[in-house]
Design a protein around this ligand. Structure first.
Ligand SMILES: [Mg+2]
Ligand SMILES: [Zn+2]
Length: 163
């Protein structure tokens, strides 16, 4: 079985601005993300992003906006030799309709585990909200809760030390 590090997007990969991020010019990859993802890749972890994007349900931005951002992110990281296996996102919002994919629910995490044959016990979820680590925990994945925009290099220290 594979091992994976699942990551929240906003506040972990790109700067949390305190507002919806859907314009390419607002999508700023945080400084330590590249080296941290490189370390994880070299340790043999599959990298997957799991994000809540309720702005879609609210009509603030579209699926196409999100896909465009994600396509660019995946391509930019690929140029650096870093492969994001998949970016899962929940487009719903509880005020507009219930779903079982929005974190803290774990459907998207479970989808990732099944699709890529990932052992949850060997895997981590890094997020800047309690709901991120809860989504992981429900699926048996260890959580690392960080502050928004925290150094990802420092965030992965427990993973490196666990070896
Ligand atoms: Mg976040
Ligand atoms: Zn959903």
């Amino acid at each position: 079985m594979n091992k994976a590090v699942l990551l929240d997007r906003d506040g972990v990969i790109n700067r949390e601005r305190g507002d919806y991020t859907y314009r390419p010019e607002d999508f700023e990859v945080l400084p330590d993300v590249l080296p941290a993802l490189r370390v994880l890749k070299e340790m043999g972890y599959i990298l997957i992003i799991v994000s809540n994007q309720s702005g879609i349900a609210k009509g603030i931005f579209s699926v196409a906006d999100v896909e465009k951002l994600h396509t660019k992110l995946v391509a930019d990281l690929k140029e650096e030799g870093i492969y994001i296996k998949e970016i899962y996102y929940c487009p719903h919002h509880p005020e507009i309709g219930s779903c079982i994919c929005r974190k803290p629910d774990s459907l998207l995490v479970e989808k990732a585990l099944a699709r890529f044959n990932i052992d949850p016990a060997k895997s981590y979820f890094i997020g800047d909200k309690e709901r991120d680590v809860l989504a992981g925990k429900k699926a048996g994945v260890k959580g690392i809760l960080i502050e928004s925009n925290y150094s990802l290099l420092q965030a992965i220290e427990p993973i490196i030390k666990a070896l």
